[in-house]
Design a protein around this ligand. Structure first.
Ligand SMILES: [Zn+2]
Length: 687
């Protein structure tokens, strides 16, 4: 019976596009200015916006008074749906705007004096479409309104945007009775009457845009005391169908704030809100997170992703990554949120997460595992695996190397030295070096600068009596040029098991230990503490490897027409690239192999190629079985075996969703068993 490793869904949509967008622009601007501000940087543009929205008719009308610092020629843009838009500059009407690519465009000449721009505009927003899927909801940039929800992303140019400039904001929002709205920043005024709802927000730090949300919200609020007694206003703006979840969310936000204030330093804002959306979004912004109604219902959001978003108040929205030199904030946030919560569950849960990371890294095709220092933002699956998971694994190795106390001290130094400034990997390195009392430049240079991961092999091990005890010799190998890695070795004796940590910095090295008890076995890093490329047995193959690798060879194992058709259709469904068919009797290539067919043909094919037979635990169960097998020196084999054409066709819809599994049993279209093969550490057993 295979012992499946249970898995949990942890990743949520955390595009944090707003975080990235804001911090990137800020980084660029501060780099241009030549220095980071000491405190309270002054924005070159200050908006004072009053906006009225009627979600029922989708009508928007607004005014803005923009204070513009002296400077070069500026371009002001606004969505061209606001056809009556007019600008007045220092009391004089500006010429009519040009229309370019869906925008109204005003070009203002350079000025040595500060200017004031007054703008008025009105128009009709797009209807809210709640049937968007997740990806559409994330990428849509149009302003939408409806009774169920209104969302004006900054990218929709819903206010006159001074291109390429950071701005501070005051936003006064008027809505009809029954609706409430929210924008990032401090809530300075709120009024609810029979006529309607009004709220004013201020965002004093310069940002590159303001998003605005509204809906038929029930607001729940709690004011908690932060470090030094500073009040922090926590709110949920929830739709009625999830309003009962508000207290739980407020509790959770309060817990996360307290956790991170104690761990890092005081929370840098005065509010944090969780706001629901009728579309399946997941956005992080300064002072709030905007999550789909159905997303909020998922229990793991509150337990994991919400904490990740709260922590971005420090890493991302509190200290801005220097994107040109690599984005450290996702890896550090993943390590201190997603991973930290697993550690609190226990050592086994934490190891399971590291195994999932390392298994994903082992499945990254060669050449795509880019150096960590090149990660800027998540653009595709592989960049996430490097930018989030490899970086988090590096922080794990760093903490092992310098100890938890120095690690935490380094975090606090980094925070206090860089809040509301742009900071680089080098700044992190300096903070940790100071805290640890040693130069960590070589450590960071290696992990940030090199692509791939070390592949450490337990080459040989021996044990012999020595004096009153025993002597164990262990030889480790890795490819050249070698990495410098701390490798834990678990040495089991008849008396006990102990872990010795060795420093490997050559291609081959032998380490000797004395033990009191008779040695039984030695295992290389069974706890998966080291960022390294796992061997075939350590990284049990999962279906996804054969699904995503464009070099995967496909073998169709069916003789009847309908079975062959079903096998071909399934092969195409499982792979999002052109199929590379290989005949059943052809030699197996070194690339991953996906074999699909009916039982008798599958068994004959396995035997012909001397592959392991159908796993006994799956044999004879359900209408179809799916499993993976590792091959020495070659890509894994994924096998899909069904009773007949009908059973194969039944897998078309469900099977593509099970890429993270090693094996499954299906009854028709229903998966009745699934799991991941256990990871087997590299071990030498002494005779
Ligand atoms: Zn994130």
């Amino acid at each position: 019976m295979p012992s499946p490793v249970s898995r949990r869904q942890t990743s949520v949509p955390c595009p944090l596009s707003a975080v990235l967008r804001t911090a990137w622009a800020l980084a660029a601007a501060l780099a241009l200015a030549g220095a980071a501000p000491a405190a309270g940087p002054v924005a070159p543009v200050a908006h004072d916006i009053a906006v009225r929205i009627d979600p029922a008719t989708r009508a928007l009308s607004a005014e803005d008074r923009i204070a513009l610092a002296p400077g070069p020629a500026r371009v002001v843009t606004l969505d061209d749906r606001y056809r009556d838009a007019a600008l007045v500059v220092d009391g004089k009407p500006a010429p009519a705007p040009a229309r370019e690519r869906g925008l109204l465009v005003w070009r203002l000449p350079a000025s040595e004096r500060a200017r004031v721009i007054e703008a008025r505009w009105s128009g009709t927003l797009d209807p809210l479409d709640v049937k968007l899927d997740h990806r559409q909801a994330l990428t849509a940039a149009a302003p939408v309104a409806g009774d169920a929800g209104t969302f004006l992303p900054a990218a929709a140019r819903w206010y006159p945007n001074v291109e390429g400039e950071l701005a501070s904001f005051r936003v006064a929002l008027d809505l009809p009775h029954g609706q409430k709205g929210v924008a990032p920043g401090r809530l300075v005024e709120e009024r609810e009457t029979a006529e309607g709802y009004r709220a004013r927000f201020e965002f004093a730090a310069p940002v590159d845009g303001i998003d605005l949300m509204a809906g038929p919200y029930a607001v729940a609020e709690r004011v908690v005391k932060g470090v030094g007694g500073k009040p922090i206003r926590l709110r949920t703006y929830f739709h009625a169908e999830v309003a009962t979840l508000a207290a739980g969310y407020l509790d959770a936000v309060a817990r996360y704030l307290s956790l991170y204030e104690g761990w890092i330093g005081d929370y840098p804002f005065s509010e944090f809100s969780v706001v629901t959306s009728p579309t399946p979004t997941g956005f992080g912004m300064p002072t709030l997170t905007y999550l789909g109604i159905d997303v909020v219902r998922l229990p793991f959001i509150r337990d994991t992703s919400l904490g990740h978003e709260v922590l971005h108040s420090w890493w991302g929205n509190g200290v801005y990554p220097d994107y040109a030199g690599g984005n450290w904030s996702e890896g550090l946030t993943t390590f201190m949120a997603d991973y930290a919560y697993r550690e609190r569950e226990g050592a086994e849960a934490a190891r399971e997460m590291r195994l999932a990371w390392l298994r994903d890294l082992a499945a990254v095709p060669p050449g795509q595992d880019r150096p960590l220092g090149e990660f800027r933002s998540r653009t595709h699956g592989t960049s996430q695996i490097v930018g989030y998971n490899k970086a988090a694994m590096m922080f794990h190795a760093l903490r092992d190397a310098i100890g938890a106390q120095a690690f935490d001290e380094g975090l606090r130094r980094f925070w206090h030295g860089h809040r509301f400034r742009v900071a680089s990997w080098r700044d992190l390195e300096r903070s940790f070096s100071e805290a640890a009392g040693r130069d960590l430049a070589p450590f960071f240079a290696q992990w940030l600068g090199r692509s791939g991961l070390p592949a450490v092999r337990l080459a040989e091990a021996s044990a012999a009596p020595a004096g009153s005890g025993f002597r164990v010799a262990v030889t480790l190998e890795q490819a050249s040029p070698p990495w410098s890695v701390r490798v834990p070795l678990a040495i089991r004796t008849e008396k006990d098991e102990e872990t010795r940590v060795v420093e490997l910095d050559r291609a081959r090295a032998t380490f000797a230990f004395e033990t009191a008890g008779r040695p039984v076995s030695v295992a290389l890093d069974p706890g998966l503490a080291v960022p390294r490329r796992l061997g075939a047995d350590e990284a049990p193959p999962i279906l996804r490897q054969a699904m995503v690798d464009a070099t995967t060879a496909t073998v169709l194992l069916a003789t009847s027409g309908p079975s062959l058709d079903a096998a071909r259709a399934l092969a195409a469904k499982l792979q999002d690239h052109a199929l590379r068919p290989v005949a059943a009797n052809a030699p197996l290539p070194a690339s991953p192999v996906l074999a699909i067919g009916v039982e008798t043909d599958v068994d004959a094919w396995l035997a012909r190629h001397r592959l392991p037979p159908r796993p006994a635990a799956l044999s004879g169960r359900g209408t179809a079985q799916v499993w993976t097998a590792a091959r020495a020196g070659a890509g894994p084999v994924a096998v899909v075996s069904a009773r007949d054409a009908e059973a194969l066709a039944a897998l078309l819809r469900p099977l593509p969703h099970y890429g993270r599994q090693s094996f499954l049993v299906f009854d028709g279209a229903k998966a009745i068993e699934r799991g991941v093969w256990p990871s087997r550490p590299q071990t030498v057993v002494f005779r």
